[in-house]
Design a protein around this ligand. Structure first.
Ligand code: F6P
Length: 741
């Protein structure tokens, strides 16, 4: 701090000193130089004037001298002597006699005071105490030669010089005053900055935070983080930092002390359902939930979500909250109750029939209805209101999740202007042309730009967003710093590729892989060495479930040797079944499976088994561990966490991942067999390759992918956003202090 003060405060003083020296130097040089210049210029001026006099009367004077007409001569000379600076005009003849001298010619002047060399000449003399400039020009015929004498009063030069000196003096004083004013201003600014730092330091001291130059004993990863944060690097990109729940927790304490975390999402992390066996707790099949739940366990806070379970109302307290996870509470779940109309309009309608197909390239037409938009707006308002009510501080960190809440960031900002709002868009963002069909595109963009940070999975989606903003609303886009400024508020638009917890919770109680293999095969009546492929997801048309089934059909047709030796288990959780596009998909999948099974099956052998029900995470992980390969054939997907979960489940370093090139995950898991799900032939070939892949190659690929998922886990994802949020908050705090000055 002291060093900074010295550096910043001495700078204006140096500026002042430099200014003073410059002014002195200028005075020393400028004044004599100006005098010289003025006198040279004046001399040049009087010489020219004298020549003009000569030229005006040269001819008539010659004639008067020839004729000896003294009266004519005197009249001629008097006529040119009217210029106020001409003292006198006369003629000096050969015998140095002054002839025809004008009226004002100084009486003391005589011809022997000047040289008469027979050519033009100039000299300075003193006459009657005045400085006088004398010019002489030879005139007259050869028989009566003479010199025309013109005397100029030079006393005006002195007056000019004095005037110039005064002007220069005034100018230099002016420069000095401006310099002093600038220096004073600089000094004031530095003093203000210093006062702000001082206040901050006092505040930090009060809060028990370290002062610059002295760091508390921190755990190593956090020390690395804070150091690189200070250095302006992206610390989370450093593989040296291992991200765990503890790292995230420490980060919150160190970089965001006292920050209150509030999550807003449609889907809740824990659903209570009434069943015949009583109230049962369900963990939904949701990438969003599997990513955020471990983060909230590490950070604590409040998660606000739609209470969708049949027993949800029975399990909350008077404030509609319940502590979760129920077996080891770490944060509060605040449930919001939605009417059926609200669910139909906001969730099924605008979110899932409008925005979902709009953002995914799956060739399903988006539907936009005025009534859906009404409910979407209303539910966004209700969640924003809940955030304002639940917030215990004026500046919480609010994590707004997904396309269900495009309007909420702006609404929250209106209620909590000091909140740090981080919005994460879990699905792709389309190009501007595609987005342009949405009738409420401007409102959606403005809603999202209420965020402090807006995150997407990939750079590509960020660029699509910039392009969309550029096309449809008036704002300032800074592509270098990746920000959009709307109405004076800045939103940082960044890629944060989402991930899963490492190690995943569902892996903890898993038996060894051999046991999982045996259990799952036995459950489906398959031989111990039977090859098993799996696909696990929500029953969604974006997942390419039909396409992968067709590729299995093709495989069995092209490589019949796999018949009877290979089975594909499709685990699909029913989702959004109220919508025709989803229920139709389910029907089509059942029909297609029957068709393929009829074509290639035999007796008990059915190459495709559809397991259409919700599976809890431990069941999903058991199937992953039992499989020889996993197929993720999304037609379009923001990230796809199933691919990462399969990799995380395989602590035996075995198994092959077939992964669609149209997922965000394909950018990170390049050791998978990357396929185009629209190309059935390519998928069938990838299946054949996977089924034949030697264990060593599987191990090599799987190890690389596991390392990637371990390092780039969900704690790093959240950490990167929170570090950016910390920077924004610090910057905001400095600006607020500066404003208070
Ligand atoms: O991928 C988008 C998304 O909202 C995810 O965040 C989530 O995993 C999934 O869809 C769940 O959808 P829903 O909540 O409609 O079941």
């Amino acid at each position: 701090m002291r060093q900074t003060w010295r550096l910043t405060v001495t700078r204006p003083f140096r500026f002042i000193l430099g200014g003073v020296l410059l002014i002195v130097a200028l005075s020393l040089v400028a004044i004599p130089f100006t005098g010289l210049l003025i006198s040279k210029w004046s001399q040049f001026d009087v010489q020219s004037r004298s020549r003009l006099v000569l030229r005006a009367i040269e001819g008539p004077v010659d004639r008067a001298l020839t004729s000896g007409d003294e009266a004519e001569l005197a009249a001629l000379l008097e006529a040119v002597a009217r210029d106020e600076r001409i003292l006198g005009v006369g003629l000096c003849d050969e015998s140095q006699r002054l002839r025809g001298a004008t009226r004002l010619m100084p009486p003391s002047f005589s011809c022997d005071q000047i040289d008469l060399p027979g050519v033009e000449s100039f000299s300075r003399i003193t006459s009657e105490g005045l400085p006088v400039f004398a010019a002489s020009f030879p005139v007259g015929p050869p028989e009566a030669p003479a010199h025309l004498i013109v005397l100029h009063d030079l006393s005006y030069i002195g007056a000019r010089l004095a005037q110039a000196r005064t002007l220069i003096g005034v100018a230099l004083v002016g420069v000095a005053l401006v310099t002093a004013a600038i220096a004073g201003l600089l000094l004031l600014l530095v003093m203000r900055g210093w006062m702000t730092s001082l206040r901050q330091a006092v505040e930090d001291l009060r809060a028990g935070k370290p002062q610059s130059g002295e760091r508390p004993a921190l755990s190593n990863p956090i020390q690395t983080l804070l150091k690189s944060l200070d250095a302006g690097r992206a610390p989370t990109d450093s593989p040296d930092v291992e991200w765990t729940p503890q790292t995230l927790h420490n980060l919150l304490l160190d970089a965001l002390p006292d920050a209150e975390v509030i999550v807003v999402s449609n889907r809740e992390p824990y659903i209570h359902n009434n069943t015949d066996e009583g109230v049962v707790l369900q963990t939904p099949a949701s990438g969003l939930v599997s990513a955020l739940e471990p983060v909230m366990r590490a950070c604590g806070g409040t998660w606000i979500a739609h209470g969708s379970g049949t027993a949800d109302q029975e399990t909350v307290d008077a404030g509609d909250t319940v502590a979760v996870p129920p077996d080891d509470p770490a944060y509060r779940l605040r449930r919001i109750w939605l009417t059926e109309e609200e669910q139909d309009g906001y969730y099924y309608g605008f979110a899932n029939e409008g925005l979902w197909p709009l953002c995914h390239i799956a060739f399903v037409r988006p539907t936009f209805r005025e009534s859906d938009w009404h409910y979407y707006t209303q539910v966004n308002e209700r969640f924003a209101e809940a955030v304002a009510r639940e917030a215990r501080t004026e500046d919480p960190i609010v994590l707004v999740q997904d396309y269900h809440f495009a309007l909420a960031p702006k609404m929250i900002r209106e209620r909590l202007p000091k909140a740090t709002i981080i919005t994460f868009w879990h699905i792709p963002w389309p190009n501007a042309e595609t987005f342009g069909i949405c009738p409420w595109k401007e409102q959606i963009l403005e809603g999202l730009l209420g965020s402090s940070i807006l995150g997407f999975h990939t750079h590509y989606h960020c660029n699509n967003f910039f392009e969309t903003v550029d096309r449809f609303i008036e704002s300032r886009i800074d592509r270098e710093y990746r920000t959009v400024t709307l109405g004076g508020d800045e939103t940082a638009v960044r890629p944060y590729p989402i991930s899963i917890a490492w190690p995943p919770k569902a892996l903890a109680a898993q038996p060894p892989v051999e046991v999982c293999r045996a259990q799952v095969r036995a459950q489906h009546g398959l031989d111990p060495d039977h090859k098993v492929a799996v696909g696990i997801e929500r029953f969604d048309y974006t997942k390419g479930i039909l396409d992968r089934m067709r590729s299995i059909d093709l495989l069995l047709e092209q490589k019949p040797e796999w018949k009877g030796r290979f089975t594909f288990l499709q685990v699909a959780a029913p989702t959004r079944s109220k919508l025709a596009s989803y229920s139709r998909l389910q029907e089509e999948a059942v029909e297609l499976a029957d068709e393929i099974n009829a074509r290639h099956g035999d007796g008990d052998y059915r190459p495709i088994r559809l397991l259409i029900r919700h599976h809890e995470p431990w069941e999903v992980f058991r199937i992953f561990r039992a499989a020889d390969l996993c197929i993720v054939s999304s037609l379009h997907d923001g990230m796809n966490l199933v691919a990462k979960e399969f990799v995380a489940a395989r602590d035996d370093d075995a198994g092959v991942l077939i992964l669609s090139t149209f997922t965000g995950a394909a950018r990170e898991l390049s050791e998978a067999l990357i396929v185009n799900p629209y190309d059935g032939g390519e998928m069938a070939a990838a299946l054949h390759t996977a089924l034949n892949m030697p264990p060593e190659e599987q191990r090599e690929r799987m190890r690389q992918m596991r390392q990637q998922v371990r390092e780039q886990n969900v704690y790093r994802w959240a950490g990167r956003m929170l570090i950016d949020a910390g920077r924004i908050r610090r910057r905001q705090r400095i600006l607020d202090l500066a404003r208070e000055q």
